[in-house]
Ligand binder design. Structure first.
Ligand SMILES: NC(=O)c1ccc[n+]([C@@H]2O[C@H](COP(=O)([O-])OP(=O)(O)OC[C@H]3O[C@@H](n4cnc5c(N)ncnc54)[C@H](OP(=O)(O)O)[C@@H]3O)[C@@H](O)[C@H]2O)c1
Length: 298
């Protein structure tokens, strides 16, 4: 009997993002079933119904993807799902809150390669500034860079929000990141001058650094932006820039370049989920490894 490949998309948000639904169909799932407004207390029951309904041999044809803008909720739901599974009823699991892990993994892989190519050295030796880092992408990329050994500072316009983001990063990923308030562009530019790498992770359409601020920076530095909605996070950095020198000694990575690799990473992880005999658990670490693998394969 041919089994349908099903993906249950579970999110703490009131609506499940069509982004992940589209990606999952394109990866080859036969059906994607969204569950919005979920919390950790609903996960065990859902997972048990998913695993038992198709029998020991059929369980692996179902997979579960945890999404939503709340990182802690997504990680707690993943942990609850892992606790619920036992052999032979194994179901593949993936977590990518609001695309944050795959975007962060793609951004960091591209930045690390560019920094090396431009003589800044390994990411582990660099000072990384995550500007407007209180969203899912910012927290994820700060954690990944810190776990790679970089000295990471994360900013917010509000001191208490920066501190809360860092507490969440420490608790979820055991990664050391320094919180810094940047209530004005002038303060953000001052912090950028102290960094080797600036990662702009602000909300869609939020301009963080102007051309004048970029002109005040001294190279060599790498600047990257994930905001593809005009105006870009960094003025003068085109969404299609892939290592362009946007000011003397300042090399830029635009949002569409990061986005192209992000989409490849998410597609490849979804295909792994679809094809794997042994139900895998695909988390931020898996996204990070996949981004490096794809980049290395050219
Ligand atoms: N390229 C890709 O592949 C890709 C994929 C996914 C997401 N994205 C993009 O990645 C970015 C980050 O996504 P996210 O969901 O993590 O972001 P988010 O939660 O929407 O926003 C991140 C932070 O931006 C700050 N912010 C909001 N409005 C601002 C303004 N007017 N000026 C300065 N700062 C402002 C806020 O920080 P404070 O209030 O703490 O200052 C907010 O917490 C977005 O631009 C999103 O569109 C790109």
């Amino acid at each position: 009997m041919e089994r349908k490949r099903l993906l249950y998309l579970i999110s703490s948000d009131p609506r499940v993002s069509p982004f992940d639904i589209n990606m999952a169909y394109d990866a080859g799932f036969d059906a994607v079933i969204p569950y919005a407004g979920a919390d950790v207390s609903s996960v065990t029951g859902l997972v048990q119904d998913i695993m038992f309904s198709r029998g020991p041999k059929g369980a692996r044809f179902s997979s579960v993807f945890f999404s939503g803008s709340d990182l802690t909720a997504a990680e707690e739901m993943l942990a609850a799902a892992r606790r619920s599974l036992f052999e032979p009823f194994l179901v593949g699991l993936m977590v990518d809150p609001k695309g944050g892990y795959t975007t962060a993994a793609a951004m960091l892989a591209k930045v690390a390669a560019l920094a090396k190519a431009r003589g800044l050295g390994e990411i582990a030796r660099l000072r990384v500034l995550v500007a407007a880092g209180t969203g899912g992408v910012g927290k994820a990329v700060a954690a990944m860079a810190a776990r790679d050994g970089a000295r990471v500072t994360l900013t917010s316009r509000r001191p208490e929000a920066a501190a809360a983001a860092v507490r969440e990063i420490t608790s979820l990923f055991q990664a050391g990141v320094e919180p810094r308030p940047a209530p004005s562009e002038a303060e953000l530019a001052r912090l950028a001058r102290e960094a080797d790498v600036v990662l702009a992770t602000g909300a869609a359409g939020a301009r963080l650094l102007s051309r004048a601020s970029i002109a005040s920076l001294k190279g060599p530095k790498v600047l990257a932006d994930v905001n593809a909605v005009p105006p870009s996070g960094i003025e003068g950095l085109n969404p299609q820039d892939d290592g362009a020198e946007i000011a003397p000694g300042i090399f830029g990575l635009g949002a569409l370049i990061v986005g192209a690799l992000k989409n490849k990473v998410e597609a490849a992880l979804l295909k792994d989920l679809l094809a794997a005999e042994k139900a895998p658990v695909l988390d931020g670490g898996a996204a990070r490894r996949k981004a490096e693998e794809i980049l290395a394969s050219g």
